[in-house]
Design a protein around this ligand. Structure first.
Ligand code: ADP
Ligand code: MG
Length: 362
């Protein structure tokens, strides 16, 4: 029998549209997933945590800030960041399980961070808002684990809403839930290409567009139009190309939000597919596997599809009718496996769900 005092359900996230916009203060449109991490836990003096995914039980003191170079850093980092902010939660004894795959572009890392922070928030009455938990979890990843990600993942995991995507302005952190019709699913297709060179390419893109924003004196990409960029003599050709994509992507996020609210799935789909073409041509963030998935998805009747996440491998997302989603994914998978028999590809059907939630056993 499970005698733990708490059960935390922490979703993953998939970004429907708006990639490489979050480090420019741009727009994103993530969805919290029904695929989730579960943490069953009770307060304790130390931290003892078992993960089913890694089949590993680990113990450490709550003030152990020595990075281990493995998954426990996502847990240690929560304590380190909370302590920096003046909180002193105790330990816990817990089991991690759930349905969210690790490293499949569904942000299991943010899911794990929020599961731990939300548990500590409840068990030790820290009084943190969801937004604050999202920001602190981002710092766990940036400062302790050493992954430079934007706020999108943690924000979606903390504030997602069932049946909705979250329109988020990553500059102001203003957000707006956008309804997603019940009768569509998001199919997340992981190409099996692990993004080996991603850090270098990601940092390069980031430098280019951050430099371009500086040259234009803009704080956020949302302040700019395409005309501003075309007319700017201070930008290099490459800066114009990269920032041009970002500005058009912001515009598409807004238009997808409007089309979703109006139930116009055809328009949503064509914007997704256009976004893929743009990120491939002007941000050089695609690869032949992602292009193949997008082409095949559209051919198989998806409303639209695009790479999701940083690109250069990883996953694509397709918007499809719920009734056909399973058959669609299976047929896409068959075709992909024929084309790339050596790739360990996989797919997941996603239903938009609520953000992290804590159940307490009294
Ligand atoms: P993603 O966030 O897209 O799934 P990342 O590489 O950012 O991929 O994060 C995956 C890492 O997060 C895993 O390698 C592991 O270290 C950690 N992680 C996430 N969920 C769990 C879990 N349930 N158990 C153990 N480690 C986990
Ligand atoms: Mg991650």
């Amino acid at each position: 029998m499970d005698t733990r005092t708490h059960r935390v359900i922490s979703p993953g996230r998939v970004n429907l549209i708006g990639d490489h916009t979050d480090y420019t203060g741009g727009y994103v449109l993530p969805v919290a997933t029904d695929l989730h991490t579960q943490l069953a836990a009770s307060p304790a003096d130390e931290v003892t945590v078992y993960s089913e995914a890694t089949d590993d039980r680990r113990s450490f003191a709550v003030d152990d800030e020595q990075p281990s170079g493995d998954w426990t850093d996502y847990v240690k980092g929560c304590y380190a960041v909370l302590r920096e902010e003046g909180y002193a939660p105790g330990g816990f004894d817990g089991d991690l399980s759930g349905t969210l795959p690790l490293g499949s572009g569904l942000s299991s890392s943010a899911s794990l961070e929020l599961a731990v922070v939300a548990f500590l928030n409840d068990a030790y009455s820290l009084g943190l808002s969801r937004e604050r938990m999202a920001r602190l979890s981002q710092r766990v990843e940036n400062d302790f684990v050493g992954v430079s990600c934007g706020i999108m993942d943690q924000f979606a995991v903390a504030l997602g809403q069932s049946g909705h995507a979250l329109h988020l302005d990553t500059g102001s952190l203003e957000y707006d839930p956008i309804p997603i019709p019940d009768d569509v699913r998001l199919v997340v297709y992981h190409t099996g290409v692990e993004r080996g060179l991603v850090d270098t390419a990601y940092n390069e893109r980031r430098e280019t567009v951050e430099g371009a924003l500086d040259a234009l004196g803009a704080e956020a990409s949302t302040q700019l139009s395409e005309a501003d960029i075309e007319d700017a003599g201070s930008l290099s050709e490459l800066q114009r190309q990269r920032l041009g994509y970002v500005v058009r992507e912001n515009e598409r996020v807004l238009r997808v939000g409007e089309a979703l609210s109006g139930g116009d799935l055809e328009t949503v789909g064509s914007l997704l597919t256009a976004a893929h073409a743009d990120i491939a041509a002007n941000y050089d963030a695609s690869c032949r596997e992602l292009d193949f998935v997008v082409d095949q998805a559209v051919e198989r009747g998806a409303y639209g599809a695009r790479l999701t996440g940083a690109g250069w491998g990883g996953a694509a997302v397709a918007l499809v009718d719920a009734a056909d989603a399973e058959a669609f994914a299976r047929s896409l998978h068959e075709r992909y496996c024929e084309q790339f028999p050596d790739h360990e590809s996989r797919y997941h059907l996603v239903t938009p769900s609520d953000g992290v939630r804590v159940q307490r056993r009294s």
